[in-house]
Design a protein around this ligand. Structure first.
Ligand SMILES: Nc1ncnc2c1ncn2[C@@H]1O[C@H](COP(=O)(O)OP(=O)(O)OP(=O)(O)O)[C@@H](O)[C@H]1O
Ligand SMILES: [Mg+2]
Length: 270
């Protein structure tokens, strides 16, 4: 199927691989056998209705939760088989930006961004300064180093979160609905920053987003999660044209009006 096609076209090494992942919380079966592959330097966007398990998939990739069945491999290493130290080693190549950007209110912008370097490395003050300022400049925040989160706009806060997610020069970044709460203009700006920093830094990205179809511009591949399974994983152009019933339904629901003929459109707005 299409998953196979897109993998065949893709020769870069595999960074993350979920195979037959099932996850049950009590009586609720959330994932019913998820297969998913993320290739180096590429951007996978996971879409799907609310509550289908997109964040649960990301948490598996981060090694925050274990599958009930199946395996999650990152850089070829089965996360379930790693001890704490090894898991931390893998995680030190991750950058994470979640919905609420989770900045520390009592720390200024500089300290928020410096935190991962202070916690995870033994770099000197000067080295840390260079890295923090480098990322803040990339985000256009170099003039806001002394500000506290409460003094920033929503968009600025997200950019601080992004600077912090990137400060360790991660190999893989995970963004779970990073634009929540931003207006269209501000979320476009954040996506442009992702794009630009990815071009510069070359990281692999996994993004969960409701910003369809906007997010398709960033995606190399789009995966639809529904009924606890990946219903297809393919380039955005193929996704939008897919005949697979669930993908079609999703596309029609989220961006249907873009594809209505003039006649249908007249009906639609009637
Ligand atoms: N730690 C947990 N314990 C119990 N149930 C959980 C846990 N984490 C997630 N769930 C359940 O798993 C399901 C999927 O949750 P998840 O957060 O992955 O949805 P989602 O696709 O990210 O939704 P949204 O788009 O709203 O963020 C939900 O029904 C949720 O209640
Ligand atoms: Mg979620």
């Amino acid at each position: 199927m299409s998953t196979v096609n897109s993998q065949a076209q893709n020769n870069s090494p595999v960074v993350i691989e979920l195979a037959g992942v099932k996850k049950r919380f009590g009586r609720q079966m959330v994932l019913r056998g998820v297969d998913l592959v993320v290739h180096e330097g590429r951007t996978l966007v996971i879409v799907g209705a609310s509550g289908t398990g997109k964040s649960v998939i990301i948490k598996h990739m981060l090694g925050l939760i274990n599958p009930s069945r199946g395996t999650v491999k990152v850089f070829g290493r089965d996360l379930q088989r790693l001890n704490r130290r090894e898991l931390n080693e893998v995680r030190s190549s991750f950058g994470v930006l979640f919905q609420n950007a989770a900045l520390f209110d009592s720390m200024n912008v500089y300290d928020n961004v410096a935190l991962p370097l202070r916690e995870r490395t033994r770099q000197s003050k000067e080295e840390i300064h260079g890295k923090v300022m480098g990322k803040l400049e990339l985000m256009g925040l170099e003039k806001s180093v002394d500000k506290f989160p409460a003094q920033l706009s929503g968009g600025m806060r997200k950019r601080v979160g992004l600077a912090r997610a990137l400060v360790l020069d991660p190999k893989v970044v995970f963004f779970d609905e990073p634009t929540t709460g931003l207006d269209v203009h501000k979320s476009n700006e954040l996506y442009r920053l992702f794009y630009r920093t990815q071009q510069q830094l070359g990281y692999t990205a996994v993004i969960v987003s409701h910003d369809v179809p906007k997010i398709f511009k960033l995606a190399d591949e789009v995966a639809l999660l529904a009924d606890g399974q990946v219903q297809g994983c393919m380039p955005p152009e193929d996704f939008q044209m897919s005949e697979q019933p669930m993908i079609r339904a999703f596309v029609e629901e989220t961006m249907g009006h873009l594809y209505l003929s003039d006649e249908e459109e007249a009906d639609f707005y009637a």
